[in-house]
Design a protein around this ligand. Structure first.
Ligand SMILES: NC(=O)c1ccc[n+]([C@@H]2O[C@H](COP(=O)([O-])OP(=O)(O)OC[C@H]3O[C@@H](n4cnc5c(N)ncnc54)[C@H](OP(=O)(O)O)[C@@H]3O)[C@@H](O)[C@H]2O)c1
Length: 282
């Protein structure tokens, strides 16, 4: 077996995003050769510009595939299939695909990449905890009011650090080839309970306001959110949330330990101060 450090570089797509950044840190920490997939990388990688794919794949042996904006959108299966075929054509055999649970297009994308015959591991995830701290829910948490059409649906939010640990295991150990890992935390929470935990650890008042999907879409459009993003968010809350309200054992199976709980995530993030009310939001 080739020593890991002698292996070809690993291309990490979404290398500046919530999971890719963590995957890169871990791989680099182990002294492995890496390349960050980013529109601003050298060479750049852009899902929307196929001419960037080959240069980014030059000399690469493995790829962490994090599609942008989301595997659940129409056209995603075709894009990831085309990318996987290009990767195999350029000599990369080992692919790790980041996917989502309960999403028809995401499951089609998984099948499309499987059909290429790559040495594949699928990492199929619940909603990321980091949506509250690094993405579209951060401003709402800082402002003290999270308005969502999530009803009382329960979700086993997963920590991006767990996703990165599993992805790195898969990228560095061939025993994970052919595996499908469903990643969740150990506990189902409603969005109201998740926001309540953030309020508790920050010692701040943060209200959760439940609205209908229609009210949410109308308010988002009024605030200038692009129509395709409004459509995507309403699809997620209406059709995806609640379809997979169960916990799974993917983290345990892949890396042999329990996944992180939302409470631990919230405590760690609160200690960084990122959830403090910003001067802009005040
Ligand atoms: N968020 C969730 O709760 C969740 C749950 C399950 C599955 N997923 C899946 O995870 C994947 C990533 O979602 P995420 O929310 O975690 O996003 P993310 O990785 O945090 O998104 C940001 C990343 O996307 C890159 N990016 C943006 N536009 C790009 C483009 N045109 N071409 C190439 N890269 C581009 C950015 O790089 P640059 O700006 O540097 O180019 C950045 O690295 C999606 O496929 C989604 O289906 C997400």
């Amino acid at each position: 077996m080739t020593d890991l450090k002698d292996r070809k570089p690993i291309l990490v797509l979404g290398g500046t995003g919530k999971t890719g950044r963590r995957v890169l840190q871990r791989l680099r920490g182990r002294g492995l050769q890496t390349r960050a997939g980013s529109r601003f990388g050298d060479p750049p990688f852009d899902w929307g510009d196929e001419s960037t794919w080959r240069p980014a794949l030059q000399g690469v042996g493995s790829v962490y595939i994090s599609y942008y904006p989301d595997l659940a959108i129409p056209g995603a299966p075709e894009a990831v299939r085309a990318f996987a075929e290009t990767a195999l054509g350029e000599g990369a055999r080992r692919l790790v695909l980041l996917s989502g649970r309960g999403e028809e297009e995401a499951q089609r994308a998984e099948a499309a990449v499987q059909e290429t015959g790559a040495d594949l591991t699928i990492v199929r995830c619940a909603w990321f905890m980091q949506n509250f701290s690094e993405d579209y829910l951060l401003d709402a948490v800082r402002a003290g009011e999270v308005v969502l059409p999530a009803g009382d649906q329960r979700e086993p939010f997963v920590d991006a650090d767990d996703i990165a640990d599993v992805a790195v295991a898969a990228l560095t150990d061939d025993r994970h080839i052919g595996e499908l890992y469903e990643l969740t935390s150990p506990r189902l929470l409603t969005f109201r309970e998740a926001v309540g935990q953030i309020a508790q650890v920050t010692g701040r008042r943060i209200d959760y306001v439940a609205v209908s999907v229609e009210e949410y879409a109308a308010a988002a459009a009024e605030h200038g959110v692009p129509p395709e993003f409004v459509g995507f968010l309403t699809y997620l809350f209406k059709d995806v949330l609640g379809q997979s309200a169960y916990v799974s054992d993917g983290v345990q199976r892949a890396v042999g330990r329990q996944p992180r709980d939302f409470e631990d995530f919230a405590g760690d993030v609160a200690a960084t101060g990122v959830w403090e009310r910003s001067t802009l939001a005040a």
